[in-house]
Each structure stands twice: as C-alpha cells, then as structure tokens.
Design a binder for this molecule. Structure first.
Ligand SMILES: CC(C)(COP(=O)(O)OP(=O)(O)OC[C@H]1O[C@@H](n2cnc3c(N)ncnc32)[C@H](O)[C@@H]1OP(=O)(O)O)[C@@H](O)C(=O)NCCC(=O)NCCS
Length: 158
C-alpha cells in the first residue's frame, strides 16, 4: 500500500528486515515499560506473529508498527505505536486497516485487544475501526504516577 500526504510519502507493508533496535526506539516513545531488543527479536521471528509497519518512502525509516499474535482463527494485537512526530495524521488508522487485511488473508475471523481507559487516542483509533468493548479488566495497567487503571477488552469480527 502506498499512502501519500502533502509533504509525507509513506509505505505500509509487512515488518520484514527491521532491526529490533528501531522497534525498541519507537516502543520507548509510546509505552512506560518498553520491550527489550531480545523480546522484539523473539516476537519478530515467531511464526504466529503478524507484524506490519509504516515507513517513510525515501529514507525507509520505520515510523510505526503493529504486532498481533494469531491462535487458530483468532488474533490479539500485542502492540501498536506511532512515532510521536507522525501522530494524529491518520497513519495508525491506515496501518490498522492494512493489518486487518493481512489478518483476513490469514483466515483470522476475530481480533482482540486491550486498551487503558485513559488512552483516548487509542480508544478513538479502535472505535473508528468499529471495535466494540466486550469486557473490562480492573487495575490492569499502572499509570505514570502509580495509579491503577482499568483496561477495556475490545474485539472486532473480521
Ligand atoms: C494510539 C496511537 C497508535 C494512534 O496513532 P495516530 O497515528 O496518532 O492515530 P490516528 O491519527 O490514526 O488517529 C486515530 C484517532 O485517534 C484520534 N487521536 C489521535 N491522537 C489523539 C489524542 N492525542 N487525543 C485524542 N484523540 C486522538 C484521532 O483524532 C482519530 O480519531 P478520529 O478518527 O475520530 O478523528 C498513537 O497515539 C501512539 O503511538 N500512542 C502511544 C502507544 C499507544 O498508546 N498504543 C496503543 C496501546 S492500546
């Protein structure tokens, strides 16, 4: 898929041949407890992981990605993040649309995820793509100041 904005040329494609260091760099921008390079190495080499990324077309720089784990005909989004500089440009929406197509081609029928109650950007992202809240996990996340946060469990039929 080729996505073009006024001053932004973007490719969205499977996350192949990217360094775990690049994944960690973005993960640190998005999450309080970033995963390590070895965690990404393990995930990216696992047969049951589907991973897609957003790249700047010219420099091939990775600016966002999503990883899901497939089990039979269901999958769960493990993580999704966009480079802070490129947020709020509908790129995560385009990335997730691409990812949903990837999963459909792999015969996935239902996709799940968890999102913190306070994560407005992510909640809007998922709502915009017709995910529905199917449950709650009390105290599932911890905020920067140590406060316990509820997670919403969301799903979408593909
Ligand atoms: C969540 C995240 C991936 C969204 O990426 P993005 O490229 O900015 O998302 P989009 O531009 O496609 O916007 C999706 C929706 O969120 C809204 N949105 C984006 N940033 C927002 C913000 N800071 N506050 C409120 N809404 C926001 C957009 O308006 C859009 O909603 P709309 O379609 O109703 O207009 C990005 O904010 C991020 O990387 N966050 C840190 C990691 C994270 O929280 N991941 C999700 C874990 S569950």
């Amino acid at each position: 898929m080729f996505w073009e904005a006024k001053d932004l040329n973007i490719n969205i494609e499977p996350l192949l041949n990217v360094s775990s260091a690049d994944c960690v760099r973005l993960h640190k921008e998005g999450f309080l407890h970033a995963w390590s390079e070895s965690e990404f190495e393990t995930l990216l080499s696992s047969a049951n992981i589907t991973a897609d990324g957003v790249f700047l077309s010219q420099s091939k720089r990775l600016i966002g990605y999503v990883l899901s784990r497939r089990v039979l005909d269901e999958a769960e989004i493990l993580t999704i993040v966009m480079d802070q500089k490129y947020r709020n440009k509908k790129l995560a929406t385009s990335l997730l649309q691409f990812h949903l197509e990837s999963l459909i081609k792999q015969a996935i029928k239902r996709l799940f995820l968890e999102v913190a109650e306070t994560n407005q950007a992510a909640r809007k992202l998922y709502e915009g793509l017709d995910f529905s809240i199917i449950g709650e996990r009390q105290g599932y996340y911890r905020s920067e100041n140590g406060e316990r946060l509820k997670a919403y469990v969301m799903s979408k039929n593909l």
